[in-house]
Design a protein around this ligand. Structure first.
Ligand SMILES: Cc1ncc(C[n+]2csc(CCOP(=O)(O)OP(=O)(O)O)c2C)c(N)n1
Ligand SMILES: [Mg+2]
Length: 618
């Protein structure tokens, strides 16, 4: 059994409050994972304890085993909220070397674990009690599931003998969370516990990542057995494919070399595979334009000439036109979501499609794939880089340059009102384009994807698949915990912020200098935009009376700033960036601004509305 441990128990000292006796449980073995599939991204690899053996230790309770298993997976940070049936587990956390963040609501905790995972590339861990605690996780799990984010959730459950009896705070957690998890299970025998937790981390972080729930009845937490740190996983049917089929990879390389008008279309899979450098190498070597999905933003530096920025419903005209006219579409780690394709039948009509994805179920699910390649983007792109040749493709790049010139993203820069796009451009400029950005869901999210120019993977954290309002603030907290030195800015909507604003107090308590910039248009702006365009301006129930957000911020112990004049925007952002406390800036933006361009639902990508407006502002 390989022991690659560098993260000794001592490195946890600053968190440790417990007795010397505790240290014995810190010295158990490493994960066996690195010996199972060499080269895989393993949660906590290199961060395990220092002994590395299958040595059995003295009899321990389930709660002790659960905590020790987490430590052995390299977990040093967790999010969670206690309750009756998870108390044995919480008791063992009392003096464990784990930094523990208590949110104000379990949904917030799940988004924090998610933001932590997205910012760091590690597995986020969230703990909740049974019944209401577990139910409150559902939105967070669904958000992580849709965006393929590795989370392990540990939930308390009532005693095994009571399950099915409508016991106090009983909920069918595995039943409820099945559709929003990659995998879930209930541990009914303490002897299965160590293995199950190991499997949970492995499943969450390998293949197409995703959330895993381990439901833990309270009697299993107090039952005793021996802890075997080296226990073997039993996952005979789970074998994520890493290396693509060589013949398919060669065919893909050949198609790229022949193509006159190629487009690389990349998604969040590049980021979860840590394949940003390989993507760059491919685009540069073969000379390929790159467009990104919402979740793919950051995977390619948008300041580089090859970037076409985002495609899809609110993507750029130049990206959408390029996709519609290309002769080869090279999709990597993207799943042809309907917000990307528009009308599927009209999508990329002239293109041969290469589809590279680690999840075989995603391939050809929505759009045919002429050359499917199943495997890890990092491996496959490396292989492709070896086989592709540089081609100038002068005509193609000239055409793209013309589209860029004719239809740049824009807005009325002369307006004396505060345009949300202006605020976001200013945030980008004043943070040097380097901040980690989170968002809620709505217009502000789309403007952020259009007007903040991302440079690197893991810089943009947003709920793409589920589109969860309320994600921005807790995700920013998780990201700041993962990256204490980074500037983390939540660019939020007024109503999205409303949904989880109680977590501001969490940021205050843990002294996290996060920034929240509210694009306060008074409306559920995206709903209002659809009502304006498709429901004859009948703004049915899309307006809510907001509180004074800067006063709310102050009441919760954060800094609050309100900005009502355009001239005050840069000043307020600069002040925000110097604050050590969490800071909320309430920008009173133009209430009825719209996001352009827009591909209306059911239309082809080339049928964008708002182009004349963009052209006139170019
Ligand atoms: C939890 C949740 N409920 C409802 C929606 C539907 N929805 C999408 S955008 C939106 C409005 C968002 O308003 P706001 O946060 O103020 O952002 P804006 O569009 O104004 O920028 C709504 C209600 C959602 N995405 N998530
Ligand atoms: Mg709004």
């Amino acid at each position: 059994m390989k022991s690659d441990s560098s993260h000794s128990a001592d490195s946890f000292d600053k968190f440790r409050t417990g007795s010397a006796e505790k240290s014995s449980i810190l010295k158990t073995g490493p994960s066996i994972l690195s010996t199972v599939l060499p080269g895989l991204r393993i949660a906590g690899a290199g961060k395990t304890g220092s002994l590395g053996s299958t040595k059995l230790t003295a009899s321990r309770t389930g709660a002790e085993i659960a905590v020790q298993s987490l430590i052995d997976q390299g977990v040093d940070t967790m999010f969670g909220y206690p309750g009756g049936v998870i108390l044995p587990f919480f008791d063992k956390l009392y003096d464990a070397p784990i930094r523990f963040i208590i949110p104000r609501h379990e949904q917030g905790g799940a988004h924090m674990a998610d933001g932590y995972a997205r910012a760091s590339g590690r597995v986020g861990v969230i703990v909740a009690t049974s019944g209401p605690g577990a139910c409150n996780l559902v939105t967070g799990l669904g958000t992580a599931m849709m965006d393929s984010i590795p989370i392990v959730a540990i939930t308390g459950q009532v005693r095994t003998e009571l399950i099915g009896n409508d016991a106090f705070q009983e909920a069918d957690t595995t039943g409820i969370t099945r559709p929003v998890t990659k995998y879930n299970c209930i541990v009914k025998d303490v002897k299965d516990l160590a293995r199950t937790i190991k499997e949970a981390f492995f499943i969450a972080s390998t293949g197409r990542p995703g959330p895993v729930v381990v439901d833990l009845p309270v009697d299993v937490q107090v039952a005793k057995t021996e802890y075997d740190a080296g226990v073997e996983m039993r996952l005979p049917g789970y074998k994520p494919k890493i290396k693509g089929h060589l013949r398919q990879v060669s065919m893909a390389a050949e198609a790229i070399n022949k193509s006159e008008k190629p487009v690389l279309y990349v998604g969040g899979g590049i980021i979860s595979a840590n394949a940003g450098e390989e993507l760059r190498a491919l685009a540069k070597k073969a000379h390929l334009p790159v467009t990104m999905t919402l979740l793919g933003l950051g995977s390619y530096d948008q300041n580089e000439a090859e970037s076409l920025d985002m495609l899809g419903m609110h993507g750029t005209a130049y990206a959408n036109y390029a996709v519609q006219e290309c002769d080869l579409l090279i999709a990597v780690g993207a799943r042809f979501d309907d917000r990307v394709t528009g009308k599927v039948k009209a999508f990329a009509p002239h293109a041969k499609v290469i589809h590279i994805d680690i999840d075989p179920a995603s391939i050809a699910k929505n759009v045919r794939a002429d050359i499917p390649v199943v495997g890890d983007a990092k491996y496959i792109l490396t292989e492709l880089v070896n086989q592709v040749e540089y081609r100038e493709r002068k005509e193609w790049f000239t055409k793209i340059a013309q589209w860029k010139k004719k239809y740049p993203l824009g807005y009325d820069r002369k307006s004396t009102n505060i345009k949300p796009q202006y605020v976001i451009e200013q945030i980008c400029e004043l943070t040097g384009g380097d901040a980690i950005i989170t968002t809620g869901v709505g217009q502000h999210q789309m403007w952020t994807s259009q007007f903040y120019k991302f440079k690197r993977p893991r810089q943009f954290i947003t709920s793409g698949g589920l589109g969860t309002m309320g994600f921005g603030l807790p995700a920013a907290i998780g990201a700041q915990i993962a990256m204490p030195e980074a500037t983390v800015v939540d660019i939020d909507g007024d109503h999205s912020f409303n949904m989880t604003l109680t977590e501001l107090r969490t940021a205050v308590q843990y002294e996290l200098p996060i920034k929240v910039c509210i694009m306060n248009n008074g409306y559920m702006g995206m709903v209002r935009q659809w009502q304006e365009l498709f429901y004859n301006k009948r703004y049915s129930k899309s307006y809510l009376a907001n509180p004074d957000y800067s006063k709310v911020a102050e009441a919760l112990g954060a800094v609050g700033i309100t900005v009502e004049k355009k001239a005050d925007v840069p000043k307020a952002i600069k002040k925000m960036l110097t604050e050590k406390r969490p800071c909320v800036v309430d920008f009173r933006v133009e209430p009825e601004e719209n996001v352009w361009p827009m591909v209306a639902a059911g239309k082809g990508l080339h049928e964008m509305d708002g182009l004349d407006l963009l052209e006139s502002m170019a």
